[in-house]
Design a protein around this ligand. Sequence first.
Ligand code: GLU
Length: 325
Amino acid sequence: MADMTGRFAPTPSGLMHLGNARTALLAWLQIRSRGGSFLLRMEDIDGPRSRAEYAEAALRDLRWLGLDWDEGPDVSGNRGPYTQSERLSCYEEALRRLESRDLLYPCYCSRAELAAVASAPHGLSSEGPAYPGTCRRLSAEERAERALVKQPSLRFAVPEDEIVTFQDDCAGLQTTAPGAGGDFVVRRADGIFSYQLAVTVDDALMGVTDVLRGSDLLDSTPRQLLLFEALGWQPPRYAHVPLLMGPDGKRLAKRHGGISLAAIRESGVTPQQAVGLLANWSGLLDRPEPVKPEELFEAYRERGLPREPVVVLEEELAVSLGGKP
Ligand code: GLU
């Protein structure tokens, strides 16, 4: 299937760690094991949280692992730019099209929503509870009155009885409750476009056919599907892989310490050892033996994607840092 296009889309708000690296490896294997093209997109839409040095570090870390891409911030191609902060006009245009179809409304509610919506939510609960639709029902006069004192965010109006159904390559058939999670923000009051909007526009305009990402984004997908439909675009196939968990049973994250690829590299671990560990945690190798990414094609084709979350043990983290088992 040489016409497959996949992508890895890191947010440069911190150093790449083993969890992100495993998602990148699986997304790369999904596409490269079938001869498709792979893109790298830098999701720095949330300006205040993103840093150029993390974007550079992400590219360096991914290359160190032995992954490559056909197009990306450092490889030119005809689907760019590949950095979200350089794509604002694409998001503007999408908003204009949604507005012309009467699918957006201004929301004056002041909620902590401002903080969350530009970054990928790690579970929809981080975007807050379903919006009750307060501002959707405002009259023109009420809107004008509120506009005098507050800059609104813009919300996408989801029909109350809307049920979104899709087949996920890892998680199986997904069906939302009626209302599909409620009306969601597409542009924050401070003008920053939301993750949901930006990621949908980018996946569509870049011709992405297959999205593979962590299962923490599974419940964002119905929102993105609603946007694909409203904008008249064909959605990609989705695979949401179960996450790596730390020894405490919580999502592997910075707080587990020492898991950044930079720290692992500095401790003397080779890229092949790191890839071996990630492959073992993904069910592609029975033991964490050193391996190059391209040596995993066959195992990937035979064994497919992981279906269960993996708890990474303290000793395994120590090994990843160059310690002995
Ligand atoms: N930029 C998002 C993140 O790093 C991933 C978005 C996606 O893959 O859709 O969490």
